[in-house]
Design a protein around this ligand. Structure first.
Ligand code: ATP
Ligand code: LTN
Length: 358
């Protein structure tokens, strides 16, 4: 986590004295899950206090796999409502929908033309997903997905100013390789066309970067890959939440100790407990010495329920007022567009596109 610094003000932001933060999340399910929350979204909320923040729901990424338009529309709204319910403040952070800012697609095109085929083909998420779907079921959009992600990030690169030029990207461990590609593309663009982009820094929480599936503790908890029993949804009711934690796969032992290799299930639960309660893992091991898995799981279930119940209630309240949500999104799109338009003006000029004139 970054050191605490004083809250960003709009005056700081105007002089570039405040570091920037940008991240995105796909609206590919009816709820975010515990992995999304601990790996990424909790950091989004914390960083809005110390950074000029841009957070987008990446609906254009969500169509790289087959989708249903009505579901995408609904999930985009539910995603925004959850982000606000978790504590994003649309006055402090710019919260917007990616497709509202067409510069994302425009910059992605330019970056496509700077990325080699081999480089894109080495992305492990692409390799995993395309292997599952087969070549005919895999779109070119899925192949270029990380390049659109690079565009999402680099559009919000701070311009040279008096202050610190920092662009942080809070994400889980699985996004590290995409961030590396983004840094490479930023540097390549700068080398070819002149200093333009700040290579972004990944901001990955040490203890919660990879929350695993409750039923398969070696696999990532994932919207698309986890079974319903393996995933805890943010919007889930307390009953099923408790049941899933009580039934989480553990080993046949009884000791609550951290051991990634031999006790992957308990280790995952310890990480979740520690991240949610803010207690170091060795302290939890001491607290539960000799008490067995049942009590430990019961206490953890209570913490998870207590964390997500207010978020669930606020999400549904926000979804009841669609007009207000639309207003928030229009406001966010307006703010994001200003920055994106300015960056694209510079990019078009640097790559040699002729200005349109007035
Ligand atoms: P999908 O399975 O469809 O790829 P996902 O569940 O991995 O989806 P994303 O929308 O890809 O979720 O991820 C949103 C954010 O949550 C990213 O920053 C990602 O790194 C983070 N994240 C996702 N799953 C986990 C996890 N299990 N542990 C920690 N962070 C996670
Ligand atoms: N690929 C990311 C989602 C994403 C993103 C971004 C994350 C799209 N654009 C920009 C950070 C910054 C994922 O979480 N699966």
């Amino acid at each position: 986590m970054p050191e605490a610094s004083s809250p960003a003000t709009s005056a700081d932001a105007a002089t570039g004295a405040v570091p920037r933060v940008l991240s995105g999340i796909q609206p590919t399910a009816d709820s975010f899950h515990l992995g999304n929350y601990l790996g990424a979204l909790r950091q989004w909320v914390a960083l809005q206090d110390t950074h000029e923040a841009f957070y987008c729901v990446v609906d254009m990424h969500a169509i790289t796999v087959e989708h249903d338009p009505a579901a995408l529309r609904r999930r985009t709204k539910v995603a925004v409502a959850q982000l606000l319910a978790m504590g994003l403040d649309p006055e402090r952070a710019t919260v917007f929908v990616q497709s509202h800012v067409p510069e994302h697609a425009e910059l992605a095109w330019v970056l496509n033309c700077l990325t080699s085929f081999g480089e894109a083909g080495r992305m492990t998420q692409f390799k995993d997903k395309s292997a599952k779907q087969g070549t005919s079921g895999t779109t070119v959009g899925l192949f270029t997905y990380p390049i659109l992600q690079a565009a999402d990030i680099l559009l919000y690169s701070p311009e040279p100013g008096e202050g610190e030029r920092v662009l942080r990207v809070p994400v889980g461990e699985d996004q590290r390789q995409h961030l590396e590609l983004t840094r490479t593309l930023a540097q390549r663009f700068n080398n070819r066309f002149g200093e333009t982009f700040v290579p972004p820094e990944a901001h990955i929480p040490p203890g919660a970067a990879k929350i695993t599936d409750l039923q398969e503790p070696d696999a990532k908890m994932s919207k698309s890959a986890s079974s319903p029993q393996g995933i805890i949804d943010v919007l889930e009711e307390p009953g099923p939440m408790r049941k899933k934690i009580m039934r989480a796969v553990t080993d046949t032992g009884t000791e609550i100790v951290y051991d990634e290799e031999k006790k992957a299930g308990i280790t995952n639960l310890l990480r979740i407990y520690s991240a949610l309660e803010g207690t170091p893992i060795p302290e939890l091991e001491k607290r539960y010495a000799g008490s067995g898995y049942g009590q430990f799981k019961k206490d953890l279930a209570q913490i998870v329920v207590d964390t997500f119940t207010p978020i669930r209630e606020r999400t549904y309240a926000l979804l009841d007022d669609e007009a207000q949500l639309d207003k928030v999104l229009a406001h966010g799109a307006g703010r994001a567009s200003k920055v994106a338009a300015r960056t694209m003006e510079i990019v078009r000029d640097r790559v040699g596109f002729v200005g349109r004139g007035h």
